[in-house]
Ligand binder design. Structure first.
Ligand SMILES: [Zn+2]
Ligand SMILES: [Zn+2]
Length: 114
């Protein structure tokens, strides 16, 4: 039982270290929206802070949705809307790169994913 229990504890330790480095404030600097965001904020950074009713998450700076890749990447603090936006942005970039890479083959509409 105890051998598999380290994972949540390690995750908690990582989360805490990331939050302390971030000052318990979302570290998004505008990549969460295609047109950019947080431009009017000091430093162009999202103002959301960790609160009991508003949890920040420790996530890869450019999340891919793949836990193995994301855990190995640089970790930053994101609020949920920014995380969702960053994930969508990474996927858009990945799709664009894939489309470019495969420009010899007919392109299919890759949209419509949830
Ligand atoms: Zn945010
Ligand atoms: Zn944001």
């Amino acid at each position: 039982m105890t051998t598999t229990d380290f994972a949540p504890i390690a995750a908690e330790a990582v989360w805490r270290a990331v939050m302390q480095a971030a000052g318990f404030q979302c570290q998004c600097i505008g990549g969460c929206k295609p047109e950019g965001a947080h431009k009017t904020n000091p430093g162009g950074r999202c103002k959301r802070e960790h609160k009991p009713y508003q949890h920040l998450i420790a996530a890869a700076v450019a999340p891919t949705g793949d836990p193995h890749k994301d855990m190995a990447a640089e970790q930053v603090a994101y609020c949920e809307p920014c995380y969702d936006g960053q994930l969508a942005a990474t996927r858009r970039t990945a799709r664009a790169a894939a489309a470019k890479h495969e420009n010899d083959v007919p392109l299919f509409d890759l949209g419509g994913e949830a």
